[in-house]
Design a protein around this ligand. Structure first.
Ligand code: ZN
Length: 136
């Protein structure tokens, strides 16, 4: 049984941003030497999220528009009285801070239209991304 952890940082440059991190996750899986197992991609942040979907530029903007529509950054959320980012906490709570992928034959298994992306909802910030690969 192998256990491998890699951490990298993603610097975002605006309040809302979707960043494709697929190649960085895939290189961590390759480096792990795991042939068959699981790959966890996790952000230790309460105002960001991880998604697995198509990284087409228009759709990357659509994710942001949907998040704004659903979680309403300008609504009078109670948390905004102390910290002006309630929408980002709520969206992170619903979307989730992680995704898990099967590792099969040494590769992170995903569909053709499933890139791995970090969703920034309270940037700009430097975000930590943790990739943990376990298996044999
Ligand atoms: Zn907050």
């Amino acid at each position: 049984m192998k256990f491998f952890v890699e951490e990298f940082r993603v610097s975002t440059s605006s309040r809302f941003e979707v960043v494709d991190i697929t190649s960085r996750v895939e290189s961590a899986v390759a480096k792990s030497g795991v042939r068959n197992g699981l790959c966890l991609v996790f952000v230790p942040h309460a105002t960001a999220a991880i998604i697995a979907n198509e990284a087409e530029p228009g759709l990357m903007q659509d994710y942001i528009d949907l998040i704004k529509e659903l979680f309403k950054p300008d609504a009078p959320w109670r948390h905004n009285r102390i910290d002006d980012n309630a929408h980002a906490h709520l969206a992170s709570a619903v979307i989730g801070p992680s995704r898990v992928f099967p590792v099969i034959d040494g590769r992170c298994m995903r569909g053709t239209w499933q890139n791995i992306m970090l969703v920034e909802m309270d940037g700009p910030r430097s975000r930590r991304v943790i990739v943990e690969v376990i298996g044999e």
